[in-house]
Design a binder for this molecule. Structure first.
Ligand code: MN
Length: 224
């Protein structure tokens, strides 16, 4: 008979600590920077940001070499500020949201863009385009609330591909937590990818991808 498995809780590194942050769920915000919404063919004046999810075990630490994902010929990078919650609740007021933030990190919302385009066309779910294995590389968590402004960038093999500023988010971090908490109870252990600035594009086998936010530890992964 097959044994009942004993599962480990997925986690990410905390900068300057041997402790790790245990992951309960991973939420993501779509089209939270106007320029990126436009490059994806949406009108940011008319369409507010929205949420989707990835499985908790999609998270991988910085420094990993990752297998190139299956079933795609168009793997895209999306560099994002990631929030880590140390508390939560339902219907959180925006003014109370910052005190729930345990820390923040740089993440890459890896996307099988070809599968996502097909899903959009067919009106089908995004899970297989967004929530695949290793689809959420995340750098070490910095404790505290993220800066409201500052450069967020991504480079492939040292060449700059995405450059934005945290101040250009449509929903700021407090709005994101408040809005998400009207759909579900947010909780300690939740990670929230807060959307990507413009400049998303393909990653090829053999390339090294580095995401950066001023003042945070970078995230760095390579694909083989
Ligand atoms: Mn994204």
């Amino acid at each position: 008979m097959i044994e009942i498995p004993k599962l480990a809780v997925p986690s990410i590194a905390i900068a300057g600590s041997r402790e790790r942050f245990p992951i309960r769920r991973i939420f993501c915000v779509g089209q939270n920077y106007a320029e990126h919404a436009r490059e994806m063919g949406s009108d940011p004046e008319r369409q507010p940001p929205f949420f989707f999810t990835k499985p908790a075990d999609a998270a991988v630490d910085s420094g990993m070499r990752l297998p190139f994902p299956s079933r795609t010929a168009d793997l895209h990078h999306e560099v994002e500020l990631v929030l880590a919650l140390g508390a939560g609740g339902n219907d959180v007021a925006a003014r109370n949201a910052p005190e729930m933030i345990l820390g923040y990190a740089v993440g890459i919302d890896l996307t099988r863009r070809d599968l996502q385009a097909q899903a959009k066309k067919d009106g089908r779910p995004w899970d297989m385009s967004k929530g695949f294995d290793h689809s959420a590389p995340i750098g070490p968590l910095s404790r505290g609330v993220p800066p409201p402004a500052g450069a967020i960038t991504l480079a492939i093999d040292g060449n700059l591909r995405q450059a934005g500023d945290l101040k250009d988010m449509v929903w700021n971090v407090a709005d994101i937590i408040a809005t998400l908490s009207t759909y579900v109870a947010v909780a300690a252990g939740d990670l929230i990818f807060t959307g990507t600035p413009a400049g998303v594009g393909p990653i090829r086998r053999g390339e090294r991808v580095r995401g950066m936010i001023v003042g945070a530890e970078p995230v760095d992964v390579a694909f083989y």
